[in-house]
Ligand binder design. Sequence first.
Ligand code: CTP
Length: 408
Amino acid sequence: MSLDLNGKKIVLGLSGGVACYKAAELCRALVKQGASVQVVMTEAATHFIGAVTMQALSGHTVYTDQWDPRIANNMAHIDLTRGAAAVLIAPCSADFIRKLVHGASDDLLSTLCLARPRHVPLLVAPAMNVEMWENPATQRNVAQLRADGVAVLGPAAGEQACGETGLGRMLEPQDLLDELVASFQPKVLAGKRVLITAGPTFEPIDPVRGITNLSSGKMGYAVARAAREAGAEVLLVSGPTTLPTPHGVRRIDVQSARQMYEAVMGAVPGQHIFVGVAAVADWRVANPSDQKVKKQEGGAPPQLRFEQNPDILATVAATTSLSGWPYCVGFAAESENLLEFGAAKREKKGIPLLVGNIGHHTFGQDDNSIVLFDETGHTVLPRAPKLVLARQLVSEIAKRLEQRSLLT
Ligand code: CTP
């Protein structure tokens, strides 16, 4: 199994705040992704969660004190970050942000941050009351942290433990994990805007019935996540799915192919890349009923008439021929003759890159194998988790954009 943090040492620092309870879950999530987690807590953090809990979850000795006699050379502030892939402070209090800004070194965690090797990134997840967060002093400090190259993750807005509402909530553990994983991905799409369709569409027959397909949306959501990880601004137009929106991705929900078409065409201007992953219904019911169709005793079943839906990808590709943007990528789910049908579909849709897969084998699965078709032929990307394939696809797209800009 491919784990996103396999073999990486992560120093997880906790400063004082009620969000420490979420750090326990974060620690567990990091370990589950293969990380070796070294927890360091400030004295204030120990008032919110026990070091024993963090030690049991991380499986490593937890340090809270610069003078801890368990490290024989008294060099905890140096040794703990050596070999680390990143230092993540979660929760990071207003006071700890202040300390980082000023290069304080009056406890183990702040000293360790100051003494970490320059190539070890520092990420912080602020957690505090909304007024504390919005106070100009904090905002000044946060701006300085960013200017110093520290990644500031969140905070989120919402109801707070103190009873007030607003910005200041620590990001959820899963979001922090995703942000940390993303920080290790190459930023090959930095500054690019990417529009993606995902999931099935649903074509109504009447208010309670409709026609859909087996697409789960997993591949489209993986592409959205991978594009965001690569530094792009991502807009996801999604048919009905039960999947969570990848962190940092903006999502528009639609049901029918026509709604998807409207949402996409409204968003296309200004996009650098369009990836059509959705399994769009080719036909819609021409005569949907406004009321639920009732069964007639002994009567004939209802007759459905179909009309063809607009081809979203082909329409976007046609606009590209005018402005050169967006770079269009299609997906093709075939049940046979993938190599032949994939190459033909790329030409028919008028797009530079098409991703082929065997549809009924991939729908709903976590793994997939895909074939990339471009003007030079085809390349097989062997079976792997959809997120791994999505990252490879993003890197292939970035490579082609790079080549294109070199040619123009
Ligand atoms: N697509 C689209 N709008 C449609 C139909 C398909 O944008 N109305 C896009 C899909 O998102 C995908 C690509 O076109 O990126 C190929 O979809 P697919 O269903 O495999 O191709 P079709 O053109 O519908 O051809 P067919 O179903 O006949 O194989």
